[in-house]
Design a protein around this ligand. Sequence first.
Ligand SMILES: Nc1nc2c(c(=O)[nH]1)N[C@H]1C(S)=C(S)[C@@H](COP(=O)(O)OP(=O)(O)OC[C@H]3O[C@@H](n4cnc5c(=O)[nH]c(N)nc54)[C@H](O)[C@@H]3O)O[C@H]1N2
Ligand SMILES: Nc1nc2c(c(=O)[nH]1)N[C@H]1C(S)=C(S)[C@@H](COP(=O)(O)OP(=O)(O)OC[C@H]3O[C@@H](n4cnc5c(=O)[nH]c(N)nc54)[C@H](O)[C@@H]3O)O[C@H]1N2
Ligand SMILES: [Mo]
Length: 724
Amino acid sequence: MYSREELIKAKIPCKETGIEVKKGMCAICSPGNHCGLDVYVRDGRILKVEGTKEHPFNQGYICTKGAMNKEYVYRKDRIKTPLRRVGQRGEGIFKPITWEEAYSEIAEKLNGIKDRYGADSVAFTSGYCKWYRPYYHRFVYAFGSCNFSTDDCSCYRASVLAGACTCARDSRPDNKNAGTFLGWAWSGAYSNHLSYRGVQALKERGGKVIIVDPRITPASEHLADIFLQINPGTDAALALGMAKIILDHGWEDREYIDKYTYGYKAFAERVKGWNLEKVAEITGLNPADIMEATRIYATNGPASCNIPASALAHEINGFQDMRAFLCLQALLGNIDRKGGNVPEVQNTYLNRNANFAAKESEYYMENAPDLTRMIAYDRFPIWSKFCHEFQAMALADAILDEDPYPIKAIYGVGMNFKMYPQTEKLVKALDNIDFFVNTDLFMSYTCKYADIVLPCCSSLERGEFKVYPGGYGVYTDPVIEPLYQSKSDTDILCELANYMELPDELLRKGYEASIDYIMDGCGLTVADFKKTPGIPQKMPGAKPCPPGYWLEKGFPTPSGKIEFYSQTIAEYEKDFGLDPLPDYIPPLSDDEDEAYSKEYPFMLCSGTRLPHTIHSRLHEVSWSRYIRREPLVEIHEKDAGILGIGEGDRVELYSPYGCIAAKAMLTAKIHEGTLQIGHGYTEANSSILMSDRHLDPYSGFPGYKVMRCSIRKAGKDIEKADCI
Ligand SMILES: Nc1nc2c(c(=O)[nH]1)N[C@H]1C(S)=C(S)[C@@H](COP(=O)(O)OP(=O)(O)OC[C@H]3O[C@@H](n4cnc5c(=O)[nH]c(N)nc54)[C@H](O)[C@@H]3O)O[C@H]1N2
Ligand SMILES: Nc1nc2c(c(=O)[nH]1)N[C@H]1C(S)=C(S)[C@@H](COP(=O)(O)OP(=O)(O)OC[C@H]3O[C@@H](n4cnc5c(=O)[nH]c(N)nc54)[C@H](O)[C@@H]3O)O[C@H]1N2
Ligand SMILES: [Mo]
């Protein structure tokens, strides 16, 4: 057996074994990761994958999910050919058709609907995949529709919007220089393994770590000096309470506040009402712990922190929680300072700052239609102000109410109904839809409802461009041919654009020409990158972004300062009741009547990240299923005792919106009165329990982490229960 190094370096052993080690990229997980992979290939088949040691980003590491790439690519339910539905929607009965037949039917149907109802009546959507987005976005605008949406409507964007209303869109923790790391709704070990390593290193050199989480996690166990096991959804109360303690002790950075912030007085006035007892009561925390955590955070600086991706955003006060959290950082002068958080100077490509300027938004916005016509444009003004996408949480309403106009077709790329709250309502809304196309690798629950299904391929079967922090760009080569008749998403869109004769020459030239346009002026072209496929190259023009850029230049806010009081939000205060200052709103206040809370006494957190799954992608991979064979509901052992529920018992989880069946997993890691379940399962889709009205008024994000529900032991005839 040859070692990995021998196989990579020496050509002769490769000839003998027939194995080639090719450079690929894992796209199973967040684009914030996308680790470099060494893919062992023989006779066009993947044998195994490993992390690429010389990759500047992951340096050889991959996570549990990345290790499943082979099993993922060869999932049994890969779609082999384009398909036309012949059964009822949802039945999953299809007839294979040729690509030409698929393209001509799509072109005819979409153009027909455009002629009859206008281009905006076609809604274009995308699931979690990011790589094709700028290209797809431009495709939508070339067609003429203003209605483009992605999973950003429920992922991370709420945190970005809170940033945009306070200081800058996004920031990174400067853990190397920090005295303390504040991990707020952060469980890096499961959701972002490389971020966990950064905090481990801080801890190893003597830094302090504070963790704020309702759940006991690897970070709370192994890294935390102090762990605040907070009641879910009460984060703004804690942040405002900590601000009060900081001001009471005179720990704030006065000079920084005077020079770089706006609205401090109003903020100080707002936090006055938050005494320690009140904070402790709401958050369920011990007052002494709150004091001690605040003391460490304020006096052992500079302090860095994570920017929570979804946990806070999935509370319905998530936007305001994030604002309160950012204001806390500002009080201590931790924004744009060494050892604090360094705001991004630019968004290079696909929501990543790689220290050089690319022309991504110029590219897709070049021929943008009137975006004020977007679905739900007037419903979530902060969303609409900053996003070039409609808030898709309003899609079902828009279809059912024909408001602001009828939606007659959906074109989906990786669209997944299970990511939408009240999934069944969206499925029902399809009755009003004349034509639905979806593109996926796998025959998903959603694909079964489509009129035409298009087979796309994985990241190991396509060439794709990506940027990395530190100034890197990379272009991958396919490591194996696309399986069956599948194609890359951008090839599909390009061929369709040509079929439809969309009036956009650049788009019709294809993905690579588009990347060259976006990267124009950055120093390297696609042809340059392709000389070293899969190996990141340093961009000649990349410049490091040291802290202090915004402090010197002025922040991209109306006042040019960090805004405790947001002038942007103030524009919408009168008409929309939005609050320019951060505030705490109880997560269930809308529904909080007595009868309701009696019937649904539990608070459900759906979608806490599990180390071996990601959304709906890995549940059907056998490796992943061996780890957790069935959907499990975590319930506190005391609650289980009261309800007579034992470990492994079949249970039903129900809310006013639906019911799902799962198995009970008894735990002491979560609070009593709360339940937790993973998301993305077809046989137990937790999103059907969520209300599509339980939304954050600022961002439109759904309350996935804070939904009232109840649990009961299932009867013997569980199969016949009114459950999905
Ligand atoms: N209840 C609940 N719901 C949630 C969440 C939660 O925590 N709880 N989290 C929310 C968040 S943060 C997110 S990001 C979303 C994610 O939600 P989804 O978008 O649903 O994520 P996935 O299941 O990863 O991917 C959707 C589809 O894309 C397909 N796919 C994979 N690769 C490709 C590709 O290269 N091309 C194409 N065309 N398709 C591909 C997959 O097979 C899958 O069917 O879910 C949201 N919904
Ligand atoms: N393994 C795995 N990794 C993933 C994903 C996946 O599905 N699986 N999804 C990716 C995507 S799209 C996203 S958006 C990110 C999400 O990344 P995160 O936002 O980090 O997601 P979570 O792990 O759900 O939440 C982090 C921590 O927040 C805690 N939390 C939950 N509710 C609250 C609350 O009310 N207050 C506080 N303070 N903490 C709370 C959870 O217990 C958890 O420990 O993960 C990405 N990485
Ligand atoms: Mo996400």
